[in-house]
Structures are given as structure tokens and as C-alpha cells.
Design a protein around this ligand. Structure first.
Ligand code: PLP
Length: 381
């Protein structure tokens, strides 16, 4: 059976161009980048080219990019690295209730270690209210970490407005842009972003590689001790092919951004309109205006999400109920709870996230299959 993949917010297939670019760094330029002979230096050159490519995607200097093992490590480094270094300045962090667990659980650890965290509410569309953010700031606030775009409902936060406030108040601003990178135009200088997390496997590079951007003027404490790699900020022999792959994926993302956004939006909007025509008693979650181009998140009244996923899987369709991290549990996700969705809708939530390789024909098949399955489940309950 043909597999149709609609779960690009969970992970993406590595692009052929990315694999091709990585390959020589496994078998030819396999030297340790710290070694001084040519084989090592060639690897080092590959890393530094990749660093520039990552920097170019978000408009920062290449010396502001640190490679990590992924989005989770970038988030941990940003939050712990700033808070632990600035303990005597203040111990307060502001974030939101709809962050990825990489942020939420890092905040939990910070709380266990004597820090205070404010979790901002969001409105029905999943956006923070600027007023609530401003009111949450105290003289102890050192860092504000608010995601660029949400991984479940695709809502894009008012990043520029937040950046203006943090700049004005001298508070550091970190954003988890793992979902936004490659899907939204990001300019960290224009947006006054001090730190930004991104991940390879969400943009056509491999799993286990990511990056953290940190504004040159900001000091942070490293999490991993060891050698002098990544300018003493992230020890351990470099994942050279991974870094090269991430660089190539960022280069492609920058070149193709407009076309990519246009294509994903078209597929997504076609899906939305078809589902609205075919299936009654649904709720589209998230914002229509401030939304990732490839994200759809729909709740089907009276449907069990895991049953829906299993039946879709039988037809070769990969999608997700809420976020991958909370699948398996029957509780509505923290994001759906935060936007005030009642259980009767939240239980039957399906996240479909589109990617480069999806076609209109794929979407037609998805709509047809989904319509039949929802009808069948509803008829039997
Ligand atoms: C996937 C994701 C992460 C985690 O990234 P990994 O590279 O898988 O560790 C963090 N934040 C968001 C918003 C994500 O979607």
C-alpha cells in the first residue's frame, strides 16, 4: 500500500540533496575537525560553511550559531544557560502554557531549582495577550521564552511585538522556532530575538542535529563540559555530516521559502475547504490569520482520536492526534486545554501537517478516506 505522509510537524524525510551533501563527510572528509592535517581541516571547513548557511536563514552572524543535538538541547541550553548564569540578577522566567515539552519540562526543572516561572495563557486561537505578558514582568524577570509557532495548532505568536518589549525592558528573549524555521520568514535582528532554537529533522535534515542562535552580546553557561568544540559552549566531537546536512537544509529552505509556503498553503486550504464541505460537527483549531502554512488541526465531535488514527493507518495515512509526545494518552493535550477546547471536541482532534512531497491527489485521498471513517465511527457510536 502506498504510504501518504501528513505528519511533517513530527518529522520530515531527509531531502535527497541533503543526503548527497552529507555523504562525503562520512567516507572521505571523515577527519576529526580538531585535527590539524588536511583531512581534519576539510571537515572543519564543512562545519563552518554549514554554520554560515544556518545563520543566513535567520539573518545572524555565523559566530552566533552553536550546533546542538536538536531542538530539545537548544531549548535546554537557552533556558538553563541563561538562568544559571544570571542567578544574582533575577530568578524569574516568563513562558507560555502551550510550549513544547522541551521548554515546559526545562521550566519544571528550573522551578525545582528555586527559579520562578510564569506560564502565560493564550486566547482561543492560541495567541498570547501582550497585555498579560507586560503585566507578568517583574524586576526579577531575566528571560522570556515564547515559541515562534506552535507545533500542534500552528499558531504564530506576535514575535515582533514581544521583541520590542524585551528590548525596551532589557530582558532576554528566546524563541523556540523549531516549527517556524523554513516555514516563516525569520529575521532575528529585525525581530529583536536574542536566542532561537531550531532543529534539523523538521526541515529535511536528519534527526539529532539542531542549532541555537545566541546574540553575540549575550553570555550563557554551557551545559556539556569537555573539549573546546563550538567555542567552548558545546563540548564533544562534532556531528560533522549532521551539521553539513543542517546547513544544506537551511540553504534550500531560504532559496525555496516563498514557493514552499505557497504550495503548503494551497494544499492546506484545499483540505480545510473540502473537510468543511464533507464533514459536519467539526472545529478548526488555531488561527486562520497567524498560522503555519502546512498546519491543519481539526476536532471531530464525538470521535475517538486514537481510533481515528488507527483506521487512517490501515489506509496508509500518517497523521497525528495532537502532538506526537502526548499520543497514547487519552487526556487532551495541554495545548488544546489551553485554547479552551471541551473534551467532546478535543478527544477527536486530528493534526494533518503538509510537506513538499504531498500532492493534491494525496489530499483528495485523505479527505475521502477521512470522510468515510468519521461517518463509520459516528454511525457505530
Ligand atoms: C520537534 C520540536 C522540538 C524538539 O526538537 P528535537 O530536535 O526533536 O529535539 C522542540 N520544539 C518544537 C516546537 C518542536 O516542534
Amino acid at each position: 500500500m502506498k504510504i501518504r505522509y501528513f505528519d511533517h510537524a513530527a518529522t520530515t524525510k531527509v531531502k535527497k540533496q541533503v543526503v548527497d551533501k552529507m555523504f562525503p563527510y562520512f567516507v572521505e572528509a571523515y577527519g576529526n575537525p580538531s585535527s590539524l592535517y588536511t583531512l581534519g581541516r576539510t571537515a572543519k571547513v564543512g562545519i563552518e560553511q554549514a554554520r554560515k548557511q544556518v545563520a543566513d536563514l535567520i539573518n545572524c552572524d555565523k559566530n552566533e550559531i552553536y550546533f546542538t543535538s536538536g531542538g530539545t538541547e537548544s531549548d535546554n541550553t537557552a533556558l538553563k544557560g541563561i538562568m544559571y548564569l544570571n542567578e544574582n540578577r533575577g530568578k524569574h522566567v516568563i513562558t507560555t502554557k502551550i510550549e513544547h515539552h522541551a521548554i515546559l519540562n526545562t521550566c519544571k526543572t528550573l522551578e525545582e531549582n528555586g527559579f520562578q516561572v510564569t506560564y502565560l495563557n493564550v486566547d482561543k486561537e492560541g495567541r498570547i495577550r501582550i497585555e498579560e505578558l507586560v503585566n507578568a514582568i517583574t524586576k526579577d524577570t531575566v528571560l522570556i521564552s515564547i515559541m515562534f509557532a506552535n507545533n500542534e495548532i500552528g499558531t504564530i505568536e506576535p514575535i515582533e511585538k514581544i521583541g520590542k518589549i524585551t528590548k525596551e525592558k532589557g530582558i532576554m528573549f528566546h524563541t523556540d522556532a523549531v516549527q517556524a524555521c523554513g516555514n516563516v520568514k525569520i529575521d532575528v535582528k529585525e525581530m529583536n530575538i536574542d536566542m532561537l532554537s531550531l532543529s534539523g529533522h523538521k526541515i529535511g535534515a536528519p534527526k539529532g542535529i539542531g542549532a541555537l542562535y545566541v546574540n553575540q552580546q549575550i553570555a550563557f553557561k554551557n551545559l556539556i563540559d569537555g573539549g573546546h568544540q563550538e567555542r567552548d559552549k558545546r563540548a564533544g566531537t562534532e556531528n560533522v555530516p549532521g551539521m553539513v546536512g543542517l546547513g544544506e537544509a537551511c540553504k534550500i529552505a531560504k532559496e525555496d521559502m516563498e514557493l514552499h509556503i505557497h504550495k503548503l498553503k494551497e494544499l492546506r486550504d484545499f483540505y480545510f475547504s473540502q473537510i468543511q464541505q464533507q464533514i459536519p460537527d467539526i472545529k478548526i483549531n488555531g488561527s486562520m490569520e497567524y498560522r503555519l502554512p502546512g498546519n491543519s488541526n481539526i476536532s471531530f465531535k464525538g470521535i475517538n482520536g486514537s481510533e481515528l488514527l488507527m483506521k487512517l493507518d490501515e489506509k496508509g495515512i500518517c497523521a497525528s492526534a495532537g502532538s506526537a509526545c502526548s499520543s497514547g494518552s487519552s487526556m487532551p493535550s495541554h495545548v488544546l486545554t489551553a485554547i479552551g477546547l471541551t473534551n467532546e471536541f478535543a478527544d477527536g482532534t486530528l493534526r494533518v501537517t503538509f510537506g513538499e512531497e504531498n500532492t493534491k491527489e494525496d489530499v483528495q485521498y485523505l479527505v475521502e478516506t477521512l470522510t468515510n471513517i468519521v461517518k463509520e465511527i459516528r454511525a457505530n457510536s
